[in-house]
Write a protein that binds this ligand. Structure first.
Ligand SMILES: [Zn+2]
Length: 354
């Protein structure tokens, strides 16, 4: 008998991306009838944006019942600290970069409370994904959490974020090109499950930005596209129920590299270079990917502080062992050799991997 199952899909109820949004955080929370909040900030965020955020909360009558500056993302500590949050809190708000958001997203998941994500830099799609990247037994792991109830992005804040964060976001976004290809192949070869809508969303988000012409990475218009696309990539994962729409061979290489190297680069930087290589061996929109990464200055940025070539090659060899039963272009050993040969001869790889 055929089994039907209905999966509940959560879509954020607050989605705000534009200039000046930090001044309106209180208003958005009040509109959803939140009054008592717990707030989690990345280090240095209070100095940069505290005045705007707190005056916005105050003018809307929002009470900050708990406040924490996050530097530690050890899962055991998060669970322990979660139960210190006052019972009167009705929403958790994370503000800043990856750590504060990963921490508060997981904390909200543990307490079964809504979570509002306010990234001030967007170096990957984690600010609106259903997962958190945390330390489990001392190693960085992706653990299931819950997609945010709300996402508020102030483009002015993102504009002032370090160049490395913007390039990392670009690298993580471009990976949907190779991730989508691997997913389709996995369906064909292993019969893995597919979700038309999640695939379509991930595909649309990346093709939208690939053909976008203004590549001034600090322009409000470009950042709006980037943030929007990263956000939709997170939602595609929620719809699919797994990470396939956003993660394929290129992510396996980056995960392998995290295990191998003592000096990991930012997630999206590693993923962006791996995407360039995988799109070549997949023979999948290679020129478009190359042109996009070149015109945004991504390769020049990576070349300023090249990744270690030997470690990268080892990561390509290790990549197929990272996830069990996860078919990608690298599942065929001949493609691993093709990727390594490409690294040794391609002028861009020679510049970015040394
Ligand atoms: Zn990623």
């Amino acid at each position: 008998m055929m089994k039907f199952c209905q999966k509940q899909i959560l879509i954020p109820s607050i989605l705000k991306i534009s200039k000046g949004e930090l001044n309106r955080v209180g208003k958005y929370l009040k509109e959803k009838e939140f009054t008592n909040i717990a707030i989690f900030l990345s280090e240095g965020i209070e100095e940069l944006f505290g005045e705007k955020i707190y005056s916005s909360l105050e003018s809307s009558g929002i009470n900050v019942m708990h406040r924490d500056v996050i530097s530690d993302i050890n899962i055991e500590n998060i669970i322990h600290n979660a139960f210190k949050i006052p019972k009167s809190v009705d929403v958790l708000v994370g503000i800043g970069g990856g750590k504060a958001l990963d921490y508060s997203k997981y904390c909200a998941h543990v307490l079964a409370l809504p979570f509002v994500s306010i990234p001030t830099s967007t170096s990957n799609d984690g600010f609106c994904s259903p997962n958190s990247s945390l330390l489990v037994d001392g190693k960085r792991k992706t653990v299931t959490a819950k997609i945010p109830y709300g996402v508020i992005v102030d483009i002015e804040a993102v504009q002032t974020s370090p160049k490395s964060c913007i390039y990392s976001g670009i690298g993580d976004l471009i990976s949907k090109v190779t991730a989508g290809y691997d997913w389709l192949k996995a369906v064909e070869v292993t019969g893995e499950s597919f979700n038309d809508f999640a695939y379509l969303i991930a595909e649309n988000t990346v093709s939208d930005i690939l053909h976008y012409k203004n590549h001034d990475i600090r322009s409000a218009e470009f950042l709006y596209h980037l943030v929007n696309s990263l956000l939709m990539s997170g939602i595609a994962m929620e719809i699919a129920g797994f990470s396939r729409p956003a993660s394929g061979s290129e992510h396996l290489i980056s995960h392998a590299l995290d295990q191998i190297t003592k000096t990991p680069a930012m997630h999206g930087i590693q993923v962006g270079i791996a995407t360039y290589i995988c799109s070549y061996i997949q023979d999948n929109r290679f020129k478009v990917v190359k042109d996009f990464l070149q015109s945004t200055g991504f390769f020049d940025f990576v070349a300023e502080k090249p990744l270690n070539k030997e470690e990268f090659i080892e990561a390509i060899r290790t990549a197929p062992t990272i996830k069990e039963d996860f078919y990608t272009i690298l599942s065929d050993k001949r493609n691993i050799e093709r990727a390594i040969e490409f690294i040794q001869t391609d002028p861009i790889c020679l510049k970015c991997l040394q």
